[in-house]
Unconditional design. Structure first.
Lengths: 394, 342, 205
């Protein structure tokens, strides 16, 4: 571990030096005819409509500033004029690749205010679906990162194998992307017969997919040249910019809300570990996510075998009124810490919802990390930071 | 070469021209269909086009028709004349490459004495077209793409030519027909049945040639001038309709031409073991053998394209100057020593 | 064991996938190319994927059960359900009983251009009048045509699959899809066709 720490120190030192140099250049040489390049809002690497205004010196980036808001849909405001069950429909659409995971913290916050707790069976199924949506979300990243650095095939593999997971989610919830399955006090429905065996098979396939990605992309020397030491974020910088999730763990910070602040879901019932990587570069972020996907398949496998029997709904009134109060619940979503600060005044719907989305914080490190890099590195770094545009703009 | 079928010069030329005009688009279509559509699809667990023609064979023709129907858009700030000329320059360079490719003892458009020299010179012309396109588009992405292409030219053209030098030294000729003859009449330790395809003696040269050709063709891992996810298409970002089609055709046709060059120089060309070098039957069988070999080489080119990520521009330069060029120089030295000693 | 270079491994992965796509068959017929079976894609208009039974494709209306209570319309997050109804007098259930008042749906439209497919309406319906079906082929060239009325919604009732059995350990009860005309609860539409309208007008006069 000590050598790894030394490597981190060296890398962070280098990153600081590069950043200082870039700073100096910005101050001195601004009027030497740099080119402004807008990456986005319409650009394949921005997964939507993120805009990054770059000052380029040749192909080297002097400054890069993410400009967001092109897809702002005002979900926090919309939630104020809807009832609690209606809110989950909107919340599904924040991080649209891992949408079930979005519902959970909101529902947990509402449950906390109401003082109800979902029965254990519901908690287990919630955890399973949570992890399934993590696999669906992150496996797309595993392929998408290949496209960002120019490999055509991985993303097709990712779409192919993610489809299996989405099918499993659809078989339970009825929705591939927007399950809207979580209810205050439990779940909408129980799992259908035969689903557990099918999901076991899918998990085995997903582990095969992870192996394939390791051979096809992660082990590829070209990929490693493109990603290693590119976009190094040292642990302290990552913490100060509020990074969370795999981006933070790839910087060597051992921090996972599933383990550290489990809000009552079944993660503490199974055996799993948190993966970290000391390097903090784009490769580390890819590596951590790959390991996490593997780990998630193992979590799901264990959870599937141990679902307790019982009801899936606690006793909840038919018309849900949440007593006045405030609650903040955050969980370790596929992208990082996703939290909901729910303020209730006792009505049918929340008085105010503040949504803490991981991508918004993750993308804020872009100006820091992109100084002094090259144009292709912008794409590598953006890809490895892995944001969902709906999660940034909500 | 004037006595083919005893025709007059103009008749022979027009026949050759007609054949070339049929062969080149057909070759591009075939490569495009086989590899770009079908092989890529299979490698990605897909089926590829299925509906246009049997097994989707006519898909590319349908695409071409679609491109022809599109509006020809010029950006307002573009240098119109250069903008229009650029795709033609690129396509012309790949057409000119086909001139010297021998497919049989007499089946060659023009058997130049400096054939390989001509091919190398003409192939680098396409970068000019790319640069023109990048500059004239008045688009920052296109400009970056064009400049990358220009920067790349220096990096890969040198090892490409140096790799060819090894073959030239061994064959004692710049003439592509003579290179085929040298391979046909060569012997491997006295065993001359299959001749001596230079891939055996020039394996390093072959590797360097293929890597450099990959860069010349702007295929992954060296497709930085195009770089869809970074430069959104690079130099051809502003092109639409049939001008884009020209770029596309040129890309695939050049891939075909380079596979043919590799076949001629390293895989024994059109010669079939057991035949006399000048046997007239080879004028018919030769092209078939060539085609098979070309498909094998093109398969490798596209296989790599579909599998690998893209390098960065500076990494390519590093790779070219620190690995490829010293390696190819060493290859020349070793080949020269063997040539003198043996 | 010496590590194979990643570059070669990658080529191996793509080549293996291509072979698996081309020759998915095992045993004697290994060498017959059958990409149709080997590929994971579905050639959509020619062959169709079967969505799972719980798939939220479209909402079907079991009109007999609907009492125009407006619960679904009010709970819809984007208010895309339009309901109008009127009351009719129905004959008493038992001989000698009082004449009942029954709600009849005149209009039940769902605007699928607005619908978010959340399923809240299906869930809140207290009378089992709304059901999900996996049917998905109802796209329209014009956005206004996506407003489907009660007749269209009732037609989809035929495609509603049976509710699935649950995994062991569940305490949920498996629900039943009502069959047309066999429900004893508020068969308002049937009443109307039996001449209830005449009764209503008679009561009015």
């Amino acid at each position: 571990m000590s050598s790894a720490t030394a490597a981190t120190d060296l890398r962070s030192q280098q990153a600081y030096v590069a950043a200082q140099a870039a700073d100096a250049r910005v101050n001195v040489e601004l009027d030497t005819g740099d080119m402004t390049l807008n990456i986005g809002p319409q650009h394949p690497a921005t997964h939507g409509t993120l805009r990054i205004a770059c000052q380029l010196d040749g192909e080297q980036v002097i400054s890069a500033e993410p400009l967001m808001g092109y897809m702002h849909r005002g979900y926090e405001k919309l939630c104020e004029v809807r009832t609690y069950p209606q809110c989950t429909t909107l919340i599904n659409r924040i991080d649209w690749l891992g949408s079930f995971a979005n519902e959970v913290p909101f529902i947990l916050a509402a449950e906390q205010l109401m003082g109800v707790e979902a029965p254990p069976r519901a908690q287990w199924i919630r955890t399973i679906l949570f992890e399934l949506s993590r696999i669906a979300n992150v496996s797309l990243f595993l392929g998408d990162m290949g496209v960002q650095v120019g490999a055509l095939t991985p993303v097709f593999f990712a779409f192919r194998d993610r489809e299996r997971v989405l099918n499993q989610i659809e078989e339970v919830t009825g929705g591939r992307f927007h399950p809207n399955f979580d209810r205050i006090g439990g779940l909408k429905d129980d799992i259908p017969r035969g689903w557990i065996a099918e999901t076991h098979a899918v998990m085995a396939k997903m582990r095969g997919f992870c192996d394939e990605m390791e051979d096809l992309l992660m082990g590829n020397e070209i990929f490693q040249t493109r990603c290693r030491s590119v976009g190094v974020i040292p642990g302290d910088v990552a913490l100060s910019y509020g990074l969370s999730g795999a981006n933070l763990r790839a910087s060597g910070v051992d921090w996972d809300l599933r383990r550290d602040a489990n809000p009552g879901l079944a993660w503490d019932q199974v055996d799993w570990r948190v993966w970290t990587h000391p390097d903090g570069d784009s490769f580390a972020r890819y590596w951590v996510r790959l390991q996490e996907t593997r780990e998630a398949t193992k979590i799901v496998d264990q959870l599937l075998d141990g679902i307790p029997s019982g009801p899936i709904m606690a006793k909840v009134p038919r018309i849900i009124k949440v007593p006045a109060g405030e609650a903040y619940v955050s969980t370790e979503n596929p992208l990082g810490e996703m939290g909901y600060y729910v303020v209730s005044k006792g009505g049918l719907g929340p008085f105010r919802v503040k949504i803490r989305t991981p991508s918004f914080s993750n993308i804020s490190v872009v100006p820091w990390v992109m100084r002094g890099t090259y144009v292709p590195d912008i794409i590598t770094i953006l890809g490895s930071l892995y944001f969902i545009l709906g999660d940034i703009d909500r | 070469m004037t006595d083919l079928l005893g025709l007059a010069y103009w008749a022979e030329t027009s026949i050759k021209l007609g054949v070339a005009l049929i062969v080149i688009p057909t070759a591009a279509l075939m490569l495009g269909y086989l590899f770009l559509l079908k092989m890529m699809a299979f490698m990605q667990s897909r089926l590829g086009p299925q509906d246009v023609g049997p097994y989707g064979t006519l898909q590319l023709i349908a695409d071409a028709v679609k491109f022809l129907q599109k509006e020809d858009i010029h950006p307002a700030a573009a240098d119109r004349r250069v903008f229009r000329a650029a795709p033609v320059v690129v396509l012309a360079s790949s057409f000119l490459l086909f001139v010297v490719l021998p497919t049989g003892p007499d089946a060659v458009v023009e058997n130049l004495d400096t054939g390989i020299f001509y091919a190398m010179a003409v192939s680098s012309l396409s970068v000019l077209g790319v640069l023109m396109a990048g500059w004239a588009s008045a688009n920052k992405y296109a400009l970056l793409g064009g400049l990358r292409a220009a920067g790349q030219l220096i990096a890969y053209e040198l090892p490409l030519i140096l790799a060819v030098m090894g073959v030239v030294i061994q064959a004692d000729s710049l003439n592509l027909q003579e290179i085929v003859r040298a391979q046909a009449e060569g012997e491997i330790f006295g065993f001359g049945l299959i001749g001596n395809p230079f891939i055996l003696t020039q394996f390093i040269g072959f590797l360097i040639f293929m890597i450099s050709a990959q860069a010349e063709l702007t295929q992954t891992p060296f497709d930085m001038p195009v770089a869809e996810t970074e430069l959104v298409g690079g130099f051809h970002v502003e092109y639409t309709g049939f001008r884009f089609l020209l770029f596309f055709m040129a890309e695939v046709a050049t891939a075909f031409a380079f596979s043919a060059l590799a076949t001629v120089m390293f895989l024994g060309g059109w010669w079939i073991p057991g035949f006399d070098f000048n046997a007239p039957a080879l004028n018919v069988l030769g092209p078939v053998v060539m085609l098979v070999k070309i498909l094998v080489v093109a398969f490798i080119i596209f296989w790599i394209r579909f599998t690998y990520p893209r390098l960065r521009e500076d990494q390519l330069q590093k790779f070219a100057w620190k690995v490829l060029i010293p390696l190819s120089l060493a290859n020349i030295v070793v080949t020269g020593i063997f040539k003198v000693v043996l | 064991m010496p590590q194979l270079p990643g570059l070669l491994k990658g080529l191996g992965v793509t080549a293996r996938t291509a072979m698996r796509t081309l020759f998915p068959k095992r045993g004697m017929r290994t060498l017959i190319p059958a990409p149709q079976q080997g590929s994971v894609t579905v050639q959509y208009p020619h062959e169709k994927e079967a969505p799972p039974d719980r798939a939220r494709g479209v909402i079907a209306l079991h009109e007999e059960n609907c009492t125009a209570c407006m619960l679904c319309s009010r709970s819809c997050p984007d208010w895309c359900i339009y309901i109008e109804g009127h009351k009719v007098k129905a004959p008493p259930r038992r001989a000698g009983g009082a004449v009942r008042t029954v709600n009849v749906v005149d209009r039940f439209d769902i605007d699928y251009a607005l619908c978010m497919y959340c399923g809240i309406c299906v869930e809140v319906c207290p009378f089992d009048a709304l059901f999900w079906t996996p049917e998905y082929e109802y796209s329209e060239p014009h956005i206004a045509d996506l407003l489907h009325d009660r007749i269209r919604l009732s037609e989809w009732m035929e495609t509603v699959p049976e509710f699935l059995d649950y995994e062991p350990g569940s305490e949920q009860k498996v629900r039943k899809v009502p069959e047309f005309g066999t429900d004893d609860f508020a068969p308002a539409r049937k009443l109307e066709s039996d001449g209830a309208r005449g009764l209503a007008s008679g009561a009015g006069s």
